[in-house]
Design a protein around this ligand. Structure first.
Ligand SMILES: Nc1ncnc2c1ncn2[C@@H]1O[C@H](COP(=O)(O)OP(=O)(O)OP(=O)(O)O)[C@@H](O)[C@H]1O
Ligand SMILES: *[C@@H]1O[C@H](CO)[C@@H](O)[C@H](O)[C@H]1NC(C)=O
Length: 313
């Protein structure tokens, strides 16, 4: 294993967030004035990769953006965050993924996502990234790119002995069973657990029940994140599910908290494999709780230097 090569590889999405703050949401055909506009970097895959990188992981992103200014700017953003961009492909056939977001004074929003170039990441691109994937310790995938390509990436990693973290977000009810058997860690939130199992998830004990259903489909460990309530772990190795509580904080902006948690988890799996899953989840809860105390998505993700150093022991 070459420690200089990426140890955490994320195969997933990149999106540019175009955010307008307005007094209220416009009606059909209406033009209204907003008070503020800003552009942010998002997409679940990229968010998770950047959180892992800020903690000190050597990371690579496998994704596709457009041959446009948003795509070029996203590549710059990866470089600033020390993410390897050798497998960030560009296409002239679609625009960089974009999320147009309108937020009203009450904090309610209306969002249009155009996945664009994300959906053009294909098998051929994966072939170019195969050596990087099989040379890593951990791979992380979500569902914001083509599910077929996602599953192929998980299979390449799993066959190569690389630990796989799969985040089925956004959830699809009839997920291919192979997603479960190729996931070492299957990590979702309450609403995703509910969509996947049909079990209503309103409490940690509901999450344990839903998690057990998911575990039975063939993954090694299931994590269900519970916002300020932390996370539930259901594992093949331990018949008793565990609720790992977190120090609940006053949230400023929870956007991307789940991605901060997953990026942190990937970091600990790659660099502290001797830790128990409970300990990794405890530390990842802490990192995600820092991210909810500042505005924005990636802008709220802590760097290694911002955190108590015992997290890295
Ligand atoms: N209010 C909070 N206080 C402390 N930690 C929090 C809070 N909200 C979220 N977290 C942390 O973030 C993790 C993920 O949160 P959550 O379950 O809401 O994910 P999510 O729904 O995927 O996030 P989002 O969709 O908001 O990005 C939790 O497991 C927890 O560690
Ligand atoms: C879970 O994540 C999805 C995105 O995949 C989000 O739309 C939903 O609001 C989240 N649910 C909860 C309970 O946070």
């Amino acid at each position: 294993m070459d420690p200089a090569s990426p140890q955490v590889v994320v195969v997933g999405s990149c999106m540019t967030d175009l955010v307008s703050l307005t007094p209220r949401l416009p009606k059909a055909g209406e033009t209204i004035h907003g008070s503020k506009f800003f552009i942010g970097f998002g997409g679940k895959g990229a968010n998770q990769c950047i959180q892992a990188s800020r903690l000190g992981a050597r990371t690579a992103m496998v994704c596709k953006v457009g041959e446009d200014s948003f795509g070029n700017n996203y590549i710059e953003n990866f470089k600033k965050n020390e993410v390897c961009t050798d497998f960030v492909f560009q296409t002239g056939a679609a625009a960089t993924g974009a999320a147009s977001i309108i937020v009203n004074a009450e904090g309610q929003n209306a969002i249009v996502i155009v996945a664009g170039a994300n959906l053009l990441l294909d098998s051929e691109d994966l072939t170019k990234a195969t050596a990087a994937i099989t040379g890593a310790r951990v791979i992380v995938c979500q569902l914001e790119i083509s599910p077929e390509v996602t599953l192929e990436a998980l299979k390449i990693a799993h066959k190569g002995g690389v630990r796989t973290i799969f985040n089925p977000a956004p959830a699809i009810a009839d997920l291919d069973p192979a997603f479960y058997t190729h996931s070492n860690i299957f990590c979702c939130n309450e609403s995703e657990a509910e969509i996947l199992t049909g079990v209503q998830v309103r409490s940690p004990s509901d999450a344990e029940a839903a998690g057990s259903v998911l575990l039975a489909r063939g993954c090694h460990i299931v994590l269900v994140t519970l916002g300020g309530e932390g996370c539930v772990i259901v594992s093949k190795e331990d018949p008793n599910p565990k609720h790992i509580e977190t120090h609940k904080v006053k949230a400023v902006d929870t956007t991307g908290a789940g991605d901060s948690f997953l990026g942190a988890l990937a970091f600990f799996m790659a660099y502290y494999p001797q830790l128990s899953i409970e300990e990794m989840v405890k530390r990842s809860n802490h990192i995600a709780s820092v991210s909810v105390q500042a505005a924005g998505t990636q802008t709220s993700y802590p760097y290694r230097r911002d955190l108590p150093q015992d997290i890295f022991s």
